[in-house]
Design a protein around this ligand. Structure first.
Ligand SMILES: *Cc1c(COP(=O)(O)O)cnc(C)c1O
Length: 417
């Protein structure tokens, strides 16, 4: 029951706690092995490190990291430098910590807008060209920053339509981007080709590495063919990386990385004529917990390259076993060439949402995706011992659907006999 008014009396923590324990009984356990929705689980040991560091700094306000909590200031420079080195940044590159991918993307658009205002001003509303699959955070950023977002209509071959993007460039265009990889389909955009457009037309080029920034460099080292996407590609000016996804930090930490630390002046907001002193922040947030940043620093130091390679190798194996098993089921096919740890499958022959319905009835939780209708699975370490069970259930459910005994449900499970 929702309290409609402010509670008039105090309660004990014990009572509040048991109320909350009861309230969450209907919630999905986030790292349940039957959950294939996005859950960034890299193992119990990793979670223990992340939560331990989170708790150490939960109450410290990271807005004062440079003035009151030098350890937090150090963690901030360290995580930026660690990721810059992983992403082939040149000497003099820089970056800052934000609260999440949305804020990192917002700041990349703001930085590009200010950079363009100063170095290559345009008449009227500046424009940003994005692939069909780009994250809606770019639309949000455009809306809030007065930048017109020009989204491509299609994803030929499941990747950015580079020809359409080149054709969309006009005198007002200031920025272009690609994802490594995008959320839909999971295949990295042709970053080098998009960067070539940026170089030819003097555009700011951003790479949305919110998902892949942590994964792709390690997959590459594991011998998986991965496209170039980072600062090694000439023309890439900024990269967003979510440490709270595949960096395995707690929610609330992401990075905005810049090819040149000097460019940060276009990103930062400072105000000096204030009775409380100078107020200067690189990103949007004011007060923020030091916990998520501390958890990122701790996990990166705990795992190191060795640990990330191990965790990603295990998850790659789970993903490959799942993909192979799915492709062996007649009528199912994997969409695109997924570079990260999520992938999509569909069917040309039967209703894939009916398959989702049947799997949900067997307790498997996954996301229905569209364009085309498909099932999206996000692999994490909790699935290690569930692959055979998942595939066995999937075979059974597909048989039911093919036999016409199972149709897609809107919300509930419907069997047709
Ligand atoms: C998650 C995600 C974002 C947005 O990040 P939030 O942390 O949810 O704000 C942006 N781009 C991609 C590719 C993502 O996967």
């Amino acid at each position: 029951m929702r309290n409609s008014r402010f509670p008039p009396l105090s309660k004990s923590w014990k009572d509040v706690e048991s109320e909350m324990t009861a309230a969450r009984r209907g919630d999905m356990p986030w790292r349940d092995a039957h959950n294939f929705k996005p859950a960034y689980f890299g193992g119990e040991d990793v979670l223990e490190v992340a939560n331990g560091a989170l708790n150490m700094y939960l109450a410290e306000n990271a807005i004062f990291s440079r003035t009151a909590y030098p350890s937090l200031g150090q963690y901030e420079s360290d995580v930026v430098d660690m990721m810059l080195s992983l992403l082939n940044a040149p000497e003099g590159a820089g970056g800052s910590v934000s609260s999440g991918g949305t804020e990192s993307i917002m700041m990349s658009v703001k930085t590009a807008r200010e950079w363009a205002r100063e170095t290559r001003p345009v008449d009227g509303t500046p424009e940003l060209i994005i692939p069909h699959t780009a994250h809606p955070a770019f639309d949000k950023a455009g809306h809030m920053l007065g930048v017109k977002v020009v989204r491509m209509a299609e994803s030929p071959e499941w990747r950015a339509d580079v020809t359409a993007m080149a054709n969309a460039v006009n005198d007002a265009t200031i920025m272009i981007m690609g994802s490594a990889p995008p959320y839909p389909y999971g295949e990295t955009d042709p970053i080098e080709e998009i960067a070539a457009i940026a170089r030819a037309r003097d555009l700011w080029m951003h790479v949305d590495g919110c998902i892949g920034g942590c994964i792709l460099p390690f997959m590459h080292r594991l011998g998986e063919p991965m496209p170039d996407f980072d600062f090694a590609v000439p023309g890439v000016m900024s990269i967003s990386v979510d440490l709270h996804k595949f960096g395995y930090a707690n929610k609330g930490v992401s990075l905005v990385l810049l090819r040149d630390a000097e460019l940060e002046r276009y990103q930062r907001t400072s105000y000096g004529d204030w009775p409380a002193g100078v107020y200067s922040t690189a990103n949007i947030t004011g007060s923020r917990s030091g916990g998520p940043l501390a958890s990122a620093w701790a996990v990166m130091n705990y795992l190191g390259e060795e640990g990330y390679l191990r965790v990603f190798a295990d998850q790659r194996d789970i993903k490959q076993r799942l993909m192979k098993g799915i492709e062996e089921i007649e009528g199912l096919e994997i969409i695109a060439n997924p570079h990260a740890l999520h992938f999509f499958f569909d069917s040309k022959y039967f209703d894939i949402f009916a398959v989702e319905t049947g799997m949900a009835a067997k307790g498997w939780s996954a996301v229905r995706a569209e364009q085309p209708n498909s099932i999206m699975l996000w692999v994490n370490l909790s699935h290690q011992n569930m692959v055979d069970e998942y595939l066995a259930d999937l075979r059974t459910v597909v048989e039911e659907v093919r036999a016409g005994r199972l149709v897609a449900a809107e919300n509930s499970v419907v069997y047709v006999t």
